[in-house]
Design a protein around this ligand. Structure first.
Ligand code: GLA
Length: 387
């Protein structure tokens, strides 16, 4: 599943810039079958690593400089380890944030050179930023012999996103990128971080991503607002149930009694999260029993909730889900990831994919005046070294 052209280009650029032999790391993007906006509410998610990835070349320096280059934008960046701050070059922040996290946890690192590129479309909700963070954390752990457990590398990557990219994300993307396993979904309990691999047996059905090719500017601010609204919901209940610490501890009767009368919007947000968690647990059972049709229906319901209750969808995503909802070959579809753009994830009978993509592309161009891009995702392994 490696993209050898990109790896070669990254390796060559590294040699050309730094005249040094690098360590090469691959870190994948992710899909999520169901369980959206549940991770930071200590709920469950069902993601998987995919065949699209970020590739980095990394090597030590003997000073305190971090020297970065991205083939994707043909841009370079330099910072000093002694003075790490978020940069206006957004792509650099995913690397700098990780270095900063390592240092603030007391890990000794020195300066380093890093070149990266990848084939995860940016802004498509497939977690290219988490992949850069995970690749960096993994690479730095190797070159500086830090012996950090993988789960801590995941947490470091997540916190890098909080502190240097300003998005208060949950743990799903970084976890999936690190712990992905070929042909398996990960059923992750975001409270205990206990996880289970669920084999993905789809028999003639494929995971099709339809990229709206939009990323609305409110994506990160609205994301943080949703997170806050969930916390506020929990606080309203905590007054009466001191043991309640997250929406994971909350039941529908509690919401009806203590949140509904106080705040309609917060009620809708919390209700969605509770429903989505239930849907996910049922979906995982569907998968184990091979009941893909039933799983698909839950995906459509998930989209309804994201659109009407959590309100993180957008016209383009709704259009695409609506378009496929009458197609016999499409078992399930919904928006994927944070929302306000990016992709829909669809379960589609293999033989119908080409025709569907062609028709959807035409209508999408007509109605939304934008180009549609489609990817059939293979489920692959998590972050690793490249030999
Ligand atoms: C983004 C975040 C994740 C998760 C999803 C929504 O991808 O990075 O942590 O919250 O949105 O499910």
């Amino acid at each position: 599943m490696n993209n050898t052209n990109i790896i070669e280009a990254v390796d060559n650029k590294f040699n050309q810039l730094f005249n040094q032999k690098p360590l090469l790391v691959r870190s994948p993007g992710r899909v999520n079958i169901i369980g959206e906006h549940t991770d930071y509410n200590e709920g469950f998610v069902l993601p998987a690593a995919i065949d699209k990835a970020i590739y980095i070349a990394i090597g030590k320096r003997d000073d305190d400089t971090i020297s970065l280059y991205t083939n994707e934008f043909a841009e370079e960046h330099q910072s000093s380890l002694n003075n790490l701050e978020p940069s206006e070059q957004h792509w650099a922040n995913y690397v700098l944030g990780v270095a900063d996290q390592l240092q603030s946890r007391g890990y000794k690192i020195g300066g380093f050179n890093l070149v990266f590129d990848g084939d995860i479309p940016i802004g498509a909700g497939m977690s290219s930023s988490a992949a850069v963070e995970c690749a960096t954390a993994f690479g730095l752990n190797e070159i500086f012999n830090l012996n950090i457990p993988t789960i801590e590398l995941v947490e470091i990557s997540q916190k890098a996103e909080h502190s240097f990219a300003g998005v208060l994300c949950g743990i799903m993307d970084q976890f999936a990128s690190m712990f992905g396993k070929r042909d398996n979904l990960i059923k992750l309990d975001c409270r205990s971080l206990a996880y289970e691999y669920v084999p993905l047996k789809l028999d003639g059905i494929k995971i099709l991503l339809l990229n709206t090719n939009v990323k609305h500017s409110l994506a990160s601010s609205e994301y943080n607002t949703r997170r806050l609204q969930c916390t506020e919901g929990v606080a309203m209940i905590k007054d009466f149930y001191p043991d309640v610490n997250s929406l994971r501890d909350v039941t529908m009767p509690m919401l009806d009694q203590y949140v509904k009368p106080k705040d309609d919007i917060i009620y809708k947000r919390c209700k969605y999260v509770l429903e989505e968690n239930t849907r996910l647990l049922q979906a995982a059972e569907d998968l184990k029993k091979g009941q893909i049709e039933s799983l698909g229906k839950r995906m459509f319901l998930s989209h309804e909730g994201l659109k009407n209750e959590y309100e993180v969808s957008c016209a383009e995503l709704d259009f695409l889900v609506d378009f496929v909802s009458n197609e016999d070959a499409v078992l399930g579809a919904r928006m994927m990831g944070g929302g306000f753009g990016g992709c829909t994830i669809n379960l589609v009978k293999e033989e119908a994919i080409n025709d569907l993509v062609e028709r959807a592309g035409k209508v999408y161009a007509e109605k939304m005046n934008k180009e549609l891009t489609a990817y059939v995702s293979q489920i692959g392994d998590g972050t690793s070294l490249i030999d």
